[in-house]
Design a protein around this ligand. Structure first.
Ligand code: DX5
Ligand code: ZN
Length: 224
């Protein structure tokens, strides 16, 4: 069970300080890169990621919501992100991209929007370290969790198991104390949380709380 707090909900004027607040308990820090084309929002890019990689005590889990990710994605691995996740909807050649990311020493993740079917991409699973299933439409923090994605979480876990692959399964969007157990029961093992962590009085404690809930729900779930 790993928790990756999203700094999208943090204070952008003090990102290093905001990462320090979760560093004692979190496993990763989730960095949402948006280009105002793939999604209708603009956040940060390579120069900021480069600096965060230098100052962060946590490894960076970069979630790229950008167009032409085949071209720009490897730069984020080069900038020091330990995990780089690209949207399959944005990639023309996901196999080459995943291999490029690996060659640069990063883990390779593939993200799917809520309406994107995972069955089409089964052949890609052996190339990947992680699948990210969006549980909201990408673009903004603080949206309501989409329960309709849970069958896809379960199906993705089944597909990975059938293939004998040790793939991490990340959920992102609306993950909170109210929804994290459903995600874990369905098969998720990496949880992104923005507002549920940075909206809490004690973000580090919120991370611990989410992990404890996820672990308890997983212990009694079908896929463990
Ligand atoms: C949304 C981003 C998420 C976002 C989640 O497109 O990918 O990582 O920060 O925020 P919450 O947890 O508030 O839904
Ligand atoms: Zn994200």
């Amino acid at each position: 069970m790993q928790i990756s707090p999203s700094i999208l909900s943090a204070d952008f004027s003090d990102l290093a300080g905001e990462i320090e607040r979760v560093a004692p308990t979190a496993d990763w820090v989730h960095v949402d890169v948006m280009d105002n084309h793939f999604v209708p929002n603009l956040t940060l890019g390579l120069p900021v990621v480069e600096r965060l990689a230098e100052v962060s005590a946590l490894p960076l889990d970069c979630h790229l919501m950008i167009e032409d990710v085949d071209r720009w994605g490897p730069g984020y691995a080069d900038a020091g992100a330990r995990s780089v996740t690209f949207h399959v909807e944005s990639s023309r050649d996901p196999v080459t991209l995943a291999r490029d990311l690996h060659a640069l020493g990063a883990r390779a993740g593939m993200a799917l929007k809520p309406a994107t079917d995972v069955e089409r991409y089964v052949d890609l699973l052996p190339e990947l370290d992680m699948v990210l299933l969006m549980t909201v439409e990408p673009g903004f923090g603080g949206q309501r969790f989409l329960d309709s994605v849970l069958p896809k979480v379960r199906r993705t876990r089944e597909l990975a198991r059938e293939a004998g692959l040790d793939i991490w399964l990340q959920v992102d969007g609306g993950v909170s104390p109210e929804t994290v157990e459903r995600c874990a029961e369905a098969g998720a093992d990496v949880f992104v949380a923005g507002s549920a962590v940075y909206g809490a009085d004690d973000p580090a404690a919120a991370v611990d709380g989410l992990r404890a809930q996820a672990a308890a729900a997983t212990a009694s779930s079908w896929w463990r």
